[in-house]
Design a protein around this ligand. Sequence first.
Ligand SMILES: [Zn+2]
Length: 499
Amino acid sequence: MTGGHQLRLYNSLGRRVEDFVPSADPSGMYSCGPTVYAYPHLGNMRAYVFADTVRRALRWKAVKVRHVVNITDVGHAVADTDTGEDKVEVAAARERRSVQEIAEFYTRAFFDDIQALNILPAAEYPRASAYVGQMIEFAATLEKKGCTYRLPSGLYFDTAKDPRYGELAQLHAEGQREAARLEQVPGRRRKTDFALWRAERPGRRRVMRWDSPWGWGAPGWHLECSVMSIALLGPHFDIHTGGVDHRELHHVNEIAQSEAYLGDGKPWVRFWLHNEFLQLGAAKMAKSAGGAPRLADLVNAGYHPMAFRLFLLGGHYRSQLDFTTEAMDAAQATLRRLVARIQPLRPLPAADTLDAATAAAGLAAGSSGQHDPAAARALDLMDAAIAADLSTPKILAALQDALRDPAITPDALRPLIAAADALLGLRLATLETADLEQRRSAAELAPEERHAIERLVAERTQARKERDWARADQIRAELDDLGVQVTDTPTGPVWQLRP
Ligand SMILES: [Zn+2]
């Protein structure tokens, strides 16, 4: 490998692929994190696997990173509105638990999932509720600068004062923003104006409330990301990531308020990176009542979390992916074949600190000084793929081709596998084929069997709702006879086949 390929990333700001050169050491990176009012679903997890791919690409290019992921435990209103109820408070009322219990429970669920998906930990996971004082100061500064106005419902950012408002979303006229702003807020001057502070409505005392110059209430959702990222990464930093839905509103508002606050005429963040959606509709899979499928549902259906990771990385992050049972089966089978091929080559060099230069050196050492052009070419392909806006499908293909290539010796394969795993994070050094055998899983049930089980589970839920405990117990016994185990969770019953 000669020098390596320049890392290039697709910047949503300007909608083009650009050379990425860090502006600081470490380079600052911020990812919009979860709102902890429900289990994260599989679509949510795509954003974190994507951010993890960015992390791995930077590590590969020997760029040190300071990564911050926020935990939204206050401020995020239902349907992303300015005046709606807080998502965490709604969940607390629904589950009859305190807001602290809700936030703690779902924060832990989030950490379980990112760990299961082998996502590199961030340097900081700030909780929004711990930064409300700084959010109030930030909003007060904006008010002093004349960028805001007061309404009975709170303090609003005046987007008319920002001539570049909406640049990220490429929206040049206010009228184009209809879709995002269906909410009617009395007195709001423009549809694009948004709440920095959400005042308590008279007679509607919030659970999470703070005193502020604009009365008792809670911060607006967009405010927290600006405040926490600036507090932890400094006024300007290199990368901000999130799902493509954030590009249209949340990130537009983060930029507007941050640039108004900083007032130095410089772009707040240099690179805005967004992953496309994961379409969840197509999969047939047992899942928690009412919710979208989550990682635990996949595991219950007999899939390994690394198979889901491989499924995600098999598509480019800027392409929509359809989540289907067939695609998951294929991903698990691909991973099982990879692991079966790799197992005899172990132990492998460590992947978790590997950068491109070290990988190239390892390849040279592994070939005992002999030139191994096929292996060098494979490594160059992987480097070119990650550098070209994170083309994970091409890295996977390069690895598979190398494993099939009789010209590449086992000594040269080992550093190649480690290189691919440093970029893909599939745990190729430790996974066992036995981990990837499909148990008799819910996914294999015939549709009639599945319907029969789901009907029984629904009847049992109804019986419990009516406090008909005898009937509920009787149905549980019937399910037990079918080999079905039901677990009651805060969001409803989850069932799985007994292993
Ligand atoms: Zn955010």
